[in-house]
Design a protein around this ligand. Structure first.
Ligand SMILES: Cc1ncc(COP(=O)(O)O)c(C=O)c1O
Length: 373
């Protein structure tokens, strides 16, 4: 039996500039087919229920035609990995130019482990470049998500075990002809996941582009912590006051437990949350120091809050899946557990939530919300 928790991060430091990407992932993403800035919408009903001035929702439910934000990290990481192999940054404007520039590398394959979205995004990137892909998934993944990965042309291996077991197996796929593009890192494997984290910065650059004023609170669905690490890197670069909060499932709260202990702590499987993208037992090695120094609060919540938030978002006209609703769920968790004001949810607050995923399990969406996505 696990319990909900809220932790004020004891390791939080007044951060100076954390490293920011040298070259803009946003410029890169703009050159990919299907790029469009995702919407930033108001959720007045949720704002009223939380007792804050505004809730602004960054909608990552359709990014490059995929139902989650993950293509931002996967595409940038694949690109940087290929440039590193090439030894020089090619000059290109279209995908065809890029493919021609990469031709000397020959016919490669891409591999990744996934809870769903990252693997599908790596497979999509392989398809765009004309490469094969091999994606490793945990054995509790629902058929709809496996089919979605296969629809990108990937070979899918179902690993007997958890997401962390799938990560371990995917690492063995690396050969001269196969690049492993993981969104998490481990000793000796840092560059591709660093680039994944950099790639997510496009989300925050787009928010800055259109939002009027500063945000006061940002709630971040957190699995291995690469997404939250990207947010910390972005905001701490210019705003030490914004309250940055990770949100994890109660039985996979590896970032919260690590912050509590001041060192990386594994939270062993089983991880049974319906917020499947957040079912991770280990934080990413490269994300961890960024989160340790830069997060303000860590929240661990139960699944009923994700379901409640799916319904709340539906009332605002937003179709969000279980994982995608986690940021809103974290805010209501903080409210119910009595720390709303402390984390910055006050009547003047502008709260940014990122809905990181659409309804990737349509049958469950219909069960929870009462209508089809
Ligand atoms: C939809 C969604 N949101 C959030 C996350 C969390 O990202 P990270 O694992 O980088 O913490 C994931 C990870 O797979 C995800 O799929």
């Amino acid at each position: 039996m696990t319990t909900e928790q809220i932790l004020r991060n004891p390791g939080r430091k007044a951060t100076e500039t954390v490293s920011t990407p040298g070259q803009s992932p946003l410029d890169f993403h703009r050159k990919l087919p299907g790029y469009a800035q995702t919407p930033l919408v108001e959720a007045p009903g949720i704002a009223a229920d939380l007792g804050v001035a505004r809730v602004v929702v960054k909608l990552e439910t359709d990014r490059f035609g995929l139902p989650a934000f993950k293509m931002l990290g996967a595409s940038w990481s694949v690109y940087r990995s290929l440039v590193a192999r090439l030894g020089t940054e090619p000059d290109w404007d279209s995908l065809d130019d890029l493919k021609a520039a990469l031709a000397p590398l020959g016919n490669l394959a891409l591999a990744a482990a996934t809870d769903g979205n990252h693997g599908r995004a790596v497979a999509r990137m392989a398809k765009l470049l004309g490469y094969k892909s091999h994606i490793f998934v945990p054995d509790d993944m629902v058929e709809a998500r496996i089919d979605a990965i296969k629809s990108e042309g990937a070979e899918v291996t179902v690993v007997a075990g958890s997401y962390d077991d799938a990560v371990a197996l995917s690492a063995l796929a690396a050969t001269d002809d196969c690049l492993v593009i993981s969104d998490t890192s481990w000793p000796g494997y840092v560059d591709p996941p660093t680039w994944v984290m950099e790639g997510y910065s496009t989300i925050f650059a787009e928010v800055d582009d259109v939002i009027d004023g500063e945000v006061d609170v940002v709630l971040l669905p957190t699995g291995v912590g690469a997404f939250a690490g990207s947010a910390v890197t972005h905001y701490r670069d210019h705003n030490d006051d914004v309250s940055l909060i990770s949100v994890e499932p109660s039985d996979a709260a590896c970032v919260l437990e690590s912050c509590k202990s001041g060192r990386m702590v594994e939270v062993p499987a089983p991880h049974r949350s319906c917020m499947v993208g957040l079912n991770c037992g280990n934080a990413s090695l490269i994300a961890w120091p960024i989160l340790r120094d830069g997060l303000d609060w860590c929240i661990a919540i139960d699944d009923h809050r994700a379901e409640d938030s799916m319904r709340r978002l539906a009332k605002e006209g937003i179709v969000a899946g279980e994982t995608g609703s986690a940021a809103v769920a974290g805010a209501f968790g903080a409210l119910d557990l009595g720390v709303a004001a402390e984390i910055g949810l006050d009547p003047d607050a502008v709260v940014l939530v990122i809905v990181t995923e659409g309804a990737t399990d349509p049958a469950n969406y219909e069960r929870v919300v009462g209508n089809k996505p």
